[in-house]
Design a binder for this molecule. Sequence first.
Ligand SMILES: NC(=O)c1ccc[n+]([C@@H]2O[C@H](COP(=O)([O-])OP(=O)(O)OC[C@H]3O[C@@H](n4cnc5c(N)ncnc54)[C@H](OP(=O)(O)O)[C@@H]3O)[C@@H](O)[C@H]2O)c1
Length: 314
Amino acid sequence: MEYTILGRTGLKVSRLGLGGGGPSQLGQSSGRSEGESAAVIRQALAAGVNFIDTAEAYRTEGLIGQAIRGVPRHEVVLSTKKSTWSDAQRPPITPAQLRASLESSLQRLGTDYVDVYSLHAVEIEQYDYLRAEIVPAMQQLQREGKVRFLGITEAFHSDTQHIMLQRALQDDVWDVIMVGFNLLNQSARERVLAETLRRQIGIQIMFAVRLALSRPERLKEVIAGLIAQGQIQADEMDGDDPLGFVLQGGALSIPDAAYRFCRDEPGTQVILSGTGNPDHLRQNLASIAAPPLSPEVTARLRHLFRNVDSVSGQ
Ligand SMILES: NC(=O)c1ccc[n+]([C@@H]2O[C@H](COP(=O)([O-])OP(=O)(O)OC[C@H]3O[C@@H](n4cnc5c(N)ncnc54)[C@H](OP(=O)(O)O)[C@@H]3O)[C@@H](O)[C@H]2O)c1
């Protein structure tokens, strides 16, 4: 396993991180047993993965807590998140709710601190409130030693242009951010990663594969939508097999190319993989250890999708 440093946190982290959410939720969303999901977590750890991301909303904190019991705490970098969404029925979160939620997360994870504590899927409309009212409470938890570093994650599915993160990057409070990036929507390159690289902010990449890059029928729909919107050019695409050139260029599969593409993007650190399938995890570990994609394939992917900022890859 290759390791890197998570920006200014100084934490040594594996390039592949295990994601506890997404469509898979460690396999819980497709009916796998808790034992099977725990086995995938242990498989990842045994392969050298030391970064695990979860959230209060995923209902996988408890599973992760069980699976890492007995592992020396300093050998695992734990990231979890506080839900922030609010609407007419749910008013904005309060500092007291943040504290209570973190205490519950710690209990489920079986630890007395988390390495990265993030505000989850923040929308631009909520940002100023959270910055003013909730960040000081996060900093207090940090002073108490319950949280090591502060993070924020975007709602990439709705904020495909990274509007919220571009605002967040104007403040110097975030040690780590989680950003959506994949070969279909590379718009984080200029809008987010250029700045995080300059400021040494830690990066977790989400949506590397998601649905469009793991399900061929979904990929076709997404490509057709992008052509209809004028974000990609039909005459530049290879008809029925738009990413066929990736396989001809040596990638083993589209997910394989997708993880390698993210790994080799300058400024990326932890590439999250959200899987509950031991075979997929094995493949993804191999992808993260594989050589770079060929320069021709990388250049063509960058060129074909250069204008895309309207899809997440869901
Ligand atoms: N706003 C936020 O804060 C936010 C939003 C989304 C995600 N996240 C975090 O980011 C993590 C990563 O995102 P993600 O879960 O969407 O991850 P992802 O790795 O981009 O995509 C996971 C999807 O791809 C499938 N998959 C994985 N490896 C595969 C392979 N080799 N072949 C075929 N299918 C494969 C998984 O299903 P299987 O189980 O069948 O493998 C799952 O449906 C999440 O788990 C979560 O921790 C955060």
